[in-house]
Design a protein around this ligand. Structure first.
Ligand code: ADE
Length: 244
């Protein structure tokens, strides 16, 4: 997977991605990431990328030209690096509170792509015309507003990257994650077996893997019903439809 992030704050993206599990994954070549500074594509001597909005109102808007030229440069680079001659048409994700809500299912879908381009807005957003021309998707991380698209893009990249082969070790497998099977994850315990008078559930010490699996599923179901009744209803409906 190759992540391409178009931003006014490239160091914010790369500094974060370089750390922790994703940094290790980049060193191993399991994923690749580049942050491209939209400002480098401003065609004026002050390198400004924003301007007032037509019709008035507070705030500045990112202009179409630098964003468009930056996207084209990234597409050219992707095509040059492609082994085959066919033209790549990667998904170009505009990160915005107005988009569809990001979830694990979308993460799984996007993890199957070879290249993903994230377009991060700042100020009051980006001129609508360039979004109409280049964005294939508009995605939000939730119903709240951040100061820019970088943190939401990082949230999405982290979620997608850990689903890519070679990013997580087997001991950190994504298979048992919350949401992976439509349920929240079961509670987990480590040593000691008793801590602050609280004992680890007996069954987990039994060595009976079948019983442990059954207990974990039951706990997942209870937890999801209590904490996320919306997810629980969805899981129930899907299970009934599958005739289980
Ligand atoms: N930009 C600002 N807020 C955002 C959000 N909630 N999701 C995606 N992009 C954003």
């Amino acid at each position: 997977m190759n992540f391409h992030v178009l931003t006014l704050f490239p160091e914010m993206i790369m500094d974060t991605l370089k750390t922790s599990i994703l940094g290790r994954a980049m060193e191993k070549g399991a994923i690749r990431a580049q942050a491209v500074n939209i400002r480098d594509y401003a065609n004026n001597k002050h390198h400004s990328v924003d301007d007032y909005t037509y019709g008035g109102g507070a705030g500045m808007l990112m202009q179409a030209q630098p964003v468009y030229d930056c996207v084209q440069a990234v597409l050219d680079k992707i095509n040059k690096e492609r082994p085959s001659n066919g033209m790549a048409s990667p998904r170009i994700i505009y990160v915005t509170p107005q988009g569809r809500i990001f979830d694990q299912k979308l993460a799984q879908e996007l993890a199957g792509e070879e290249d993903l381009i994230f377009l991060c807005g700042h100020y009051e957003g980006i001129d609508e015309r360039v979004l109409e021309e280049v964005a294939t998707d508009q995605v939000s991380i939730g119903d709240y507003v951040l100061t820019g698209g970088e943190l939401p893009a990082l949230v999405m990249i982290d979620t997608i990257a850990r689903l890519c082969p070679g990013v997580l070790g087997s001991e950190e497998s994504a298979q048992t994650d919350s949401f992976q099977n439509g349920l929240l994850e079961y509670p987990q315990y480590s040593r000691p077996a008793v801590w602050h008078d609280r004992a680890v559930p007996e069954i987990l010490l039994s060595g009976d893997h079948k019983k442990v699996d059954e207990w974990r599923l039951e706990q997942s179901i209870i937890r999801t019903r209590e904490r996320r009744p919306d997810l629980y209803e969805k899981w129930l409906k899907e299970r009934n439809e599958a005739g289980k």
